[in-house]
Design a protein around this ligand. Structure first.
Ligand SMILES: Cc1cc2nc3c(=O)[nH]c(=O)nc-3n(C[C@H](O)[C@H](O)[C@H](O)COP(=O)(O)OP(=O)(O)OC[C@H]3O[C@@H](n4cnc5c(N)ncnc54)[C@H](O)[C@@H]3O)c2cc1C
Length: 495
């Protein structure tokens, strides 16, 4: 390496950007991060109001060992920076007929829940073995090697391996092959929520998702998930990474087939040897590089994952029937997926995710009160036919009606604090493509669940990190992506 460390600029301090910045600093690069908002973390965000603390973004931590690597490589321990603990049950599932099912990673407890509704524990066991085989296959290459496209796959995986991806089925097809009851089919189909896609359009290998949760557990961060951003922020500071907040990048400067630096709102210009964009691929090429329509068309297959209606409610009571994580299932989940992902309409009867962190963490709500984050998945913004705020607020009312009907009696009356973010707010806050909350959709017909590649095809020293590039959205995946993009940069830069 040269005497002077090479200068890397990271655009955006989401978890992907943070992971890339830390990994590159650990490799000896001089790293600075430019973030448009006034705090780091990106979608990992927090709202504190009137004694309530809400996770505005992620609320489920999985695969903490991928975060641990960032600390280990600096001879530190995650536990000294972030306090995490596993949750039981993982989730509580509510159905409109009054059935409730809890999910546990322990096989005997899982079997007891399955028996309650007539699902065969043996079928659940065999489904989870299928999931584990897919996870091991996907993890070995796609995740750990950072494979980016079909060519990389063909080089890494044997023909026999390729067949084991269960390529001719959808995710739902894989679920339905093993599980018989409507309850268990709906529950395992909904693991696709981790990447904001449809179980009827995602490829079958997305059935690897339950193994992420059951083999490696589901975790909570004491005080709320934003503790992850605080811990990683401390590590960045200790590694000497310069973080510039309220610094929106408005242009990536270029010279021929290389990028040379960035320009910020307000006129500041910074040169760089390498630029890593944590801004998603499509907005970055369109808005920062002003690429032409022909090039932008090549990116259309990297369509956005779903968006969400983020509803935070402070209550003056507690609902004893809730667990920390809860899912209220649509009475027709196939219709829900079709409405959101194929018709692009706001659903009448969505599956609703509801987090009540106050069930296990007394610091996030006043005594005797629940704080709820409610998140139905809804279509991302269609620029040709955008919904209005009034449309989204009407959906919010339908969601509250639905929760009241499914057992949260008088919910509306017990709301003492309310905060709503629509896809329009999400897009404005993070500049995500069409308000997507998980980056690129996993759709076997559009992209076979490949996201965009980490190295630009136009500018050799421009790289991307985060939910719009492989392996895609979700906190652990973008953290892994940061480590993988660092390896790619080092290989390219140092041969
Ligand atoms: C409501 C919600 C719930 C979720 N639940 C979970 C969950 O339970 N578990 C889970 O694992 N994942 C969950 N996710 C997904 C997870 O949050 C994301 O996949 C992940 O945090 C995305 O990280 P990222 O680095 O790709 O991008 P982001 O977090 O979007 O970061 C990109 C950053 O770049 C900044 N930026 C963009 N453009 C510019 C610019 N021009 N100049 C400067 N800065 C710029 C943005 O402000 C942002 O800070 C959830 C997401 C949401 C929104």
């Amino acid at each position: 390496m040269d005497q002077q460390p090479k200068k890397v600029i990271v655009i955006g301090a989401g978890l992907g950007g943070i992971s890339a910045a830390i990994s590159l600093a650990q490799e000896g690069y001089a790293v600075s991060v430019y973030e448009k908002n006034d705090k780091i973390g990106g979608k990992l965000n927090v709202l504190k109001q009137d004694g309530y603390t809400f996770d505005l973004g992620p609320s489920i931590l999985t695969l903490p060992h991928l975060f641990e690597r960032l600390f280990e490589r600096s001879h530190r321990k995650l536990a000294d920076y972030i306090s995490i603990r596993p949750l039981r049950p993982h989730w509580r599932n509510f159905f409109e007929d009054g059935t409730t099912i809890d999910l546990f990673p322990e096989p005997d407890r899982m079997a007891a829940e399955a028996r309650k509704v007539g699902e065969s524990p043996e079928a659940v066991r065999r489904y989870l073995e299928y999931s584990a085989r897919l996870y091991d296959l996907v993890d070995r290459g796609y995740f750990q090697q950072g494979l980016d496209n079909a060519r990389d796959f063909a080089r890494f995986y044997s023909l026999g391996d390729c067949l084991r991806f269960d390529v001719f089925r959808t995710m739902h097809g894989g679920v339905a092959r093993y599980l018989r009851t409507r309850y268990y089919r709906d529950i395992f189909d909904y693991f696709i929520k981790y990447v904001g896609s449809s179980a009827y359009r995602a490829p079958a290998f997305m059935n690897c998702l339950p193994t992420i949760q059951f083999r490696y557990d589901l975790w909570y961060v004491d005080g709320g998930l934003y503790g992850i951003a605080l811990g990683l922020g401390r590590l960045m500071q200790e590694l000497g990474i310069a973080v510039h907040l309220q610094s929106e990048v408005v242009e990536i400067l270029t010279e021929g087939e290389r990028v040379t630096g960035i320009a910020c709102k307000g006129g500041r210009v910074e040169p760089a040897d390498i630029v890593v964009s944590n801004m998603e691929v499509i907005p970055a090429y369109r808005d920062l590089l002003k690429e032409d329509a022909k090039f932008m068309r090549t990116l259309e297959k990297f369509a956005p994952a779903c968006s969400g209606l983020i509803l935070d409610l402070g209550l003056d009571i507690q609902y004893p029937q809730l667990a920390h994580h809860n899912f209220f299932f649509s009475s027709d989940q196939r219709r829900h997926f079709r409405t959101v992902f194929e018709k692009g309409q706001l659903p009448d009867d969505p599956t609703i995710y509801l987090v009540a962190a106050s069930k296990t963490d007394p610091t996030v709500a006043p005594a005797g009160c629940d704080c709820l984050k409610i998140l139905p998945h809804i279509p991302c913004i269609d620029p040709r036919h955008p919904f209005s705020r009034a449309d989204y607020l009407a959906l919010k009312d339908r969601i509250i009606d639905r929760l009241e009907a499914m057992g949260l009696a008088d919910l509306r009356k017990h709301i003492v604090f309310e905060h709503v973010w629509t896809p329009l707010d999400i897009q404005a806050q993070y500049y995500s493509n069409q308000g997507s909350i998980y980056g690129v959709v996993s759709d076997r017909f559009k992209n076979f669940a490949f996201k965009a590649p980490k190295q630009s095809s136009r500018y050799a020293n421009l790289f991307f990190v985060g939910g719009s590039v492989n392996p895609g959205g979700g906190m652990p995946m973008v953290v892994l992506c940061g480590q993988n993009v660092c390896r790619k940069i080092v290989e390219w830069d140092r041969g």
